[in-house]
Design a protein around this ligand. Structure first.
Ligand code: KIV
Length: 272
């Protein structure tokens, strides 16, 4: 089954920046195959991310670290066949951007072989050179600050980041550095709501929250979490939208509506 060729109102980097300026929330979700991607695209999701969360929800691993470039290229290529309107973003897997040259080669694969329209990579100021090199070659970059799941073994678990005043200040500075380096968007994961709001206000690029704050410019969740079919413990910041909606399409639409009207995330989904 192929995607409907409805490219009216195609979401681009420009659209996302315009939405931020207009105070319109950006709806993002993950997908890993063409059929789900098509549902998201038709439900009006703005950004579809081929997340390395595929390591958990598709492959059944405990973490994202086993995901390879070949895995991501394969899933992104499939998702691309289901997406016409939404912006297609692909995660750079663990250790796929350890130098500028390696990052350029791998991001290039995602753009050329899988039709990705933006790549996402984890890290702060330490990734600034890579962000600049990619954007200078015309590859839009989404940064990822706060909890960085690819570093889970280093940080010792999935923990809220930026609770202490000095860590919060450092994160604000890192966010500014990454924006200056050329990032077009930023995901903020598991960050206290007041810090997430400060970062969203400090940057002119869209800041997308996950376990962060309703004041972010948009929200992202793992598709399988909103459908209640994820393996293992469902994170507190997620919500099962399928239960009430009764259909997959209904769940995606309910999530999109809740993000746009500001009712998601609620207090129970953030870490004060
Ligand atoms: O891998 C992923 O799915 C992600 C998001 C949920 C932000 O990085």
């Amino acid at each position: 089954m192929s995607a409907q060729a409805d490219t009216t109102n195609k979401v681009t980097v420009k659209t996302l920046h315009k939405k931020k300026r207009a105070g319109e929330k950006i709806v993002c979700l993950t997908a890993y195959d063409a059929s789900f991607a098509r549902v998201l695209n038709q439900a009006g999701v703005d950004v579809v991310l081929v997340g390395d969360s595929l390591g958990m929800v598709i492959q059944g691993h405990e973490t994202t670290t086993p995901v390879t470039m070949d895995d991501t290229v394969y899933h992104c290529r499939n998702v691309a066949r289901g997406v016409s309107r939404a912006l297609l973003v692909a995660d750079m897997p663990f250790l796929s951007y350890t130098s500028v040259d390696i990052a350029l080669e791998n991001a290039g694969r995602l753009m050329k072989q899988s039709s990705a329209q933006m790549v996402k990579l984890e890290g702060g100021a330490d990734q600034a050179d890579i962000v600049t090199a990619l954007t200078q070659q015309g590859i839009p970059v989404c940064a990822h600050l706060g909890l960085q799941p690819q570093r889970v073994h280093k940080i010792g678990g999935y923990r809220v980041q930026g609770r202490e005043a000095d860590a919060a200040e450092a994160m604000i500075e890192e966010a500014k550095i990454i924006e200056k380096a050329g990032a077009d968007m930023m995901v903020l994961e598991c960050v206290p709501p007041d810090l997430a709001e400060k970062i969203a206000r400090a940057l002119s690029i869209p800041v997308i929250g996950i376990g962060a704050s309703p004041a972010c410019d948009g929200q992202i969740l793992v598709l399988y979490d909103i459908l209640g079919i994820s393996m293992g413990r469902v994170p507190r910041f997620s919500n099962n939208f399928l239960q009430k909606a009764g259909s997959i399409e209904g769940a995606v639409k309910a999530y999109a509506k809740a993000v746009r009207d500001g009712s998601f995330p609620g207090k129970e989904h953030v870490f004060s």
